[in-house]
Design a binder for this molecule. Structure first.
Ligand SMILES: [Zn+2]
Length: 591
């Protein structure tokens, strides 16, 4: 080769290296709360070219992305997206869990009773007695994943929130360690979504207080009043008609092709805002159950980028965005509804607008990852309307009302568990015995906590009681139980354990789990007191979610490899020269 040829080659190599080394100035991670994998394909004919389809056209998509753990809820999911850690590693084993070894804290219990639908026995209100020692004062506390009584919110009367319960470093933490000038922010409607994606050293996380209404933060962070000035514009997002009417993005005649929502299904959905269109939007809470709140979230993200001057310096900044209304709409109306369909195609337009803004501002120096914290299962009553023989339903083993006093005040299946457990252990059982005599003390998905005070009063063998409770629950097959394990078995799970047990083990931490853990069959969900549907099981509808990348350095393509949102932190960490993620995290091959 001539001298000139060599020079040209060298120059070409240097130019390529310089281009490849040009890092993004801003990384945006978007989590669409409760976005099941099939939505993008199912609603594809009515999507724009610049929203979700832009990832398929110009970016990298991973059609085989699944969570590698069983507790498919918002808290664990957003912790997984932000940190790459499984719940067993991050400690975020649920939205709520029970801590037996934490001293009784009445304020925390009160918070739990105010925020959760507990079981109220039909005869309880009529009796109207106040127990001398309420059942829940036996000890321990229910813990909400981001509750932190030591910090205060920036405005309003809600509780303080922080990542105090998060047990590992997030992507943002590692980026800040590697590039001290980098800035990390997160926002969502839900506190747990923003806080758990942001990690422990974020500059600020922002979330929405419906009572205010407005975005808030907490004294854990260096929140910026100029960012919160966005709250002055909220009224503009409320629909002028005070109603959510369907858009015509999916023509009326096409809707039945991609939904199952006949008039007979309307009373089976959550009817707080009616069972079908138009839905009244007369309060801030109702507003968060509409697509209009999605526009607000994405505009707030843009406002934060501009106000904080993100992506304008030499070190990369990171922004996590949690699009929450999809979850609220999905819970109330179900994945087969016209509401979910209309909400999703509207989100596609809002997303297209947001991506356009990013492209205009940063050119090719922005990198976007998009995924979901979990999917969702169909409303079981709607499933049965479609097919009366379908294997689907709800199982109710809820925690009783705070003023329950008798075993008879428990949900019927909890009474069944007490009776069957007593029979197998050879001890007396009476429904009129005080609630302090019950052998099961507390339920939070996926665990039952035993009443150890009662077990020791009866001088029973602890492991035998656990194994017997496991057998009682395992025999409840007709109620949707797939399998159950004692916590001793869960700790001993190894590579030979069943796939479901391994997914449960990846969600297990001994100080935040109960004595017997349960998994439900596909189609079955736990009952929480309404006809909303839900998620949270180790089943494909809950675990399989979209995972896509677009922007700086992304090698476009459809990647058929097994992947997970747990891989985002490690993958983006590699791009940003920071090591992040957990034991199961992989660097995805799209960079
Ligand atoms: Zn949800």
């Amino acid at each position: 080769m001539s001298r000139r040829g060599w020079l040209a080659l060298l120059l070409a190599v240097f130019t390529t290296a310089a281009t490849a080394a040009e890092p993004p100035r801003l990384v945006v991670v978007i989590s669409v709360d409760q976005l099941r994998f099939d939505y993008v394909d199912r609603f594809s004919p009515w999507l724009t070219e610049r929203g979700f389809k832009r990832f398929r056209r110009e970016g990298a998509v991973f059609p085989n992305a699944r969570y590698r753990y069983s507790v498919t809820f918002t808290g664990p999911g957003h912790a997984a997206i932000g940190t790459g850690l499984t719940p067993a590693e991050s400690g975020i084993v649920g939205n709520n869990w029970f801590e037996r070894d934490t001293p009784l804290d009445e304020a925390q219990w009160q918070w739990y009773f105010d925020d959760n639908t507990v079981y109220v026995a039909p005869g309880l209100k009529a009796r109207n007695e106040t127990p001398a020692t309420p059942w829940w004062k036996l000890g321990g506390i229910p813990r909400y994943c981001t509750y932190d009584g030591r910090v205060k919110v920036s405005a309003g009367k809600s509780s303080g929130m922080s990542p105090a319960n998060l047990s590992g470093d997030a992507l943002g933490d590692r980026v800040k360690e590697r590039h001290p000038q980098s800035r990390v922010f997160a926002l969502a409607l839900k506190d747990r979504a923003a806080i758990l994606m942001a990690g422990r050293r974020a500059d600020a996380a922002y979330w929405f207080d419906r009572d205010l209404p407005g975005f808030i933060s907490s004294t854990y962070y260096h929140f910026n009043p100029d960012v919160l000035a966005f709250n002055d514009s909220l009224r503009g997002y409320m629909p002028g008609s005070d109603e959510w009417r369907p858009s015509s993005f999916i023509p009326a005649q096409d809707l039945p092709l991609v939904t199952f929502d006949p008039p007979a299904a309307w009373p089976l959905k959550n009817n707080t805002y009616g069972g079908t269109f138009p839905h009244p939007v007369k309060s801030a809470k109702a507003f968060t159950y509409t697509p209009f709140a999605q526009d607000m979230v994405l505009d707030f993200a843009h406002h934060l980028i501009v106000t904080e001057n993100l992506g304008t310096r030499d070190t990369p900044d990171v922004l996590f965005v949690g699009v929450t209304p999809t979850d609220y709409v999905g819970h109330y109306y179900g994945p087969d509804s016209m509401e979910v369909a209309d909400n999703f195609v509207r989100l596609d337009r809002s997303l297209a607008h947001f991506l356009d803004l990013l492209e205009r501002r940063f050119g090719d120096r922005v990198l976007v990852a998009l995924t979901a914290d979990h999917g969702v299962q169909s409303n079981p009553e709607v499933v049965k309307l479609r097919d009366p023989n379908a294997d689907a339903g709800r199982i109710d083993v809820r925690t009783p009302s705070p003023n329950a006093t008798l075993i008879a005040d428990l949900p019927p299946l909890r009474i069944h568990i007490e009776r069957d457990l007593a029979r197998r252990l050879g001890i007396p059982f009476s429904p009129t015995a005080p609630l302090s005599h019950s052998l099961v003390y507390f339920f939070e998905e996926p665990s039952l906590w035993l009443n150890w005070k009662r077990v020791s009063e009866l001088r029973l063998d602890a492991e035998r009681v656990k194994r017997t409770l496991r057998d009682v629950v395992r025999d409840m097959k007709q109620h949707g139980i797939d399998d159950a394990w004692t916590n001793t078995e869960m700790l001993a799970a190894d590579a030979n354990a069943s796939r479901i047990q391994q997914l449960m083990r990846a969600s297990y931490r001994s100080d935040r789990a109960g004595d017997v853990l349960m998994a439900l069959r596909p189609g079955w969900i736990w009952m929480w007191g309404s006809n909303s549907t839900t998620h949270g099981q180790p089943v494909d509808n809950d675990m399989h979610v979209p995972l896509m990348f677009w922007g700086t350095g992304v090698k476009p393509g459809v990647y058929d490899v097994e992947a997970s949102p747990l891989d985002i932190a490690r993958t983006l960490g590699r791009v940003l020269d920071a090591e992040a993620g957990g034991r199961t995290s992989r660097a995805l091959p799209c960079f």
